[in-house]
Design a protein around this ligand. Structure first.
Ligand code: SF4
Length: 392
């Protein structure tokens, strides 16, 4: 963890009181190419490419998050996540790779799975990630922003008793003014059949000073809540971030982390291992590792699925299971998350399966559901036998 990033940064002379003040951070966002040029020493050729991209994709970076960049490293992973680049200049990729718009049933509300909904309540973030799957919202927001739009979404929830789980997302919902957040949480909580309220937020990563006493009291009033956050690199595990996650954990809010696998950012084993082990140290459970979706302007950040499987193989058994997230691919067009991973079943035989462990050793495991004497023989045909596979 590093808390010295500020001391090394262009903001080294800003007093801590200001640095730790949310309003100061938000009113000093880095958002012009001239500032970028000065802070990173970028050549004019690159700056003009960024200027051109700025018309297409929004960008802004909080001084806190910017301070994590090493300006002397041209391949800096933090820089790659938030600083626009000429690589975004492509028409490849999709606006809405998960087909969220297609299943939108009310402002901001996507209802695809039987018992849960996604509720997008803002398109604002304190810093904008180049790999974001909701870039489309940066231009034409689908979010429920006005009271009337929120009320329309809540009316849908009330009318659909099958919905028991609401994921409040954005943009970043924890950037909203308290009054707006209070209204949204109280309205969602007032729907009797909603049992689970989750918030997706990258603020513990981007702007941990956001978690002041007033916000913590607000969240506490509407518990139980679950927060999914989004750390992608071990350098994001700063002392400030650790203080934010500790405050949330002390409120009894379970914290899960969703990492996106990104080329040139975290697609190597030492980086991912340090990230996942470090997350556990700050009370956050690595939950999903996502294959990066084919989002327009972010194709250069994608790796192969095979690479993700290799990385999970390098983690499983080599560190605590709590530090190994599930690697998932979001199926195109809204097919949902599909877990993919290394194959540990080497062979299927009648009454047994042959397994291999993390070190490559094999073991014959007698499978009770497949023994000849078992009355449930073949009642649960979870795994086809080799003969079945071969069509015999
Ligand atoms: S914080 Fe989340 S919603 Fe905002 S730009 Fe990053 S990935 Fe997208």
């Amino acid at each position: 963890m590093s808390s010295t990033a500020k001391q090394r940064s262009a903001w080294r002379d800003v007093p801590s009181e200001q640095w730790n003040d949310l309003r100061w951070q938000l009113s000093n966002l880095v958002r012009t190419t001239d500032e970028l040029g000065a802070l990173l020493g970028l050549p004019e050729r690159e700056l003009s490419a960024i200027r051109a991209q700025s018309q297409r994709f929004r960008w802004a970076i909080s001084p806190y998050y910017f301070s994590l960049i090493d300006p002397s490293d041209p391949s800096d992973p933090i820089c790659r996540m938030v600083v626009p680049s000429a690589d975004e200049d492509t028409s490849e990729g999709e606006d809405d790779p998960l087909g969220e718009k297609r299943d939108q049933v009310a402002p901001g509300l996507t209802h695809r799975y039987p018992d849960r909904v996604l509720f997008v309540v803002t398109s604002f973030c304190s810093s904008y990630c180049r790999f974001c799957i909701r870039k489309r919202n940066w231009r034409h927001s689908d979010a429920a922003r006005s009271r009337a739009e929120i009320d329309e979404a809540i009316a849908y929830l009330r009318a659909h008793e099958e919905v028991r789980d609401v994921l409040i997302s954005g943009g970043d919902p924890l950037t909203l003014p308290h009054e707006q957040l209070e209204y949204i949480l109280s309205q969602v909580r007032s729907v009797p059949h909603v049992e689970l309220v989750r918030i997706g937020s990258r603020e513990p990563v981007m702007l941990p000073m956001r978690f002041d006493d007033a916000l913590l009291r607000l969240l506490d009033r509407h518990g139980p809540l679950w927060i999914n956050t989004h750390f992608n690199h071990p350098r994001e595990l700063t002392e400030e971030a650790a203080r934010a996650t500790e405050k949330l954990a002390r409120l009894g809010i379970p914290l899960g982390n969703q990492t996106v696998l990104l080329a040139g950012v975290n697609d190597d084993l030492p980086t991912l291992k340090a990230l996942f082990q470090g997350l556990l140290r700050i009370r956050v459970r690595p939950y999903y590792l996502y294959q990066a979706d084919p989002v327009v302007g972010a194709m250069h950040l994608r790796t192969s699925v095979e690479r993700g499987i290799e990385l999970i193989e390098g983690l499983r058994g080599h560190t605590t299971g709590l530090a190994v997230p599930t690697f998932v691919v979001d199926a195109p067009g809204g097919g949902g998350k599909i877990p993919v991973g290394p194959e540990y079943v080497v062979e299927r035989r009648d009454g047994a399966i042959v397994l291999r462990n993390y070190a490559g050793e094999t073991f014959v495991y007698k499978d009770p559901t497949m023994t000849a004497k078992s009355p449930r023989k073949r009642a649960l045909p979870l795994i086809p036998t080799a003969a079945e596979r071969d069509g015999e």
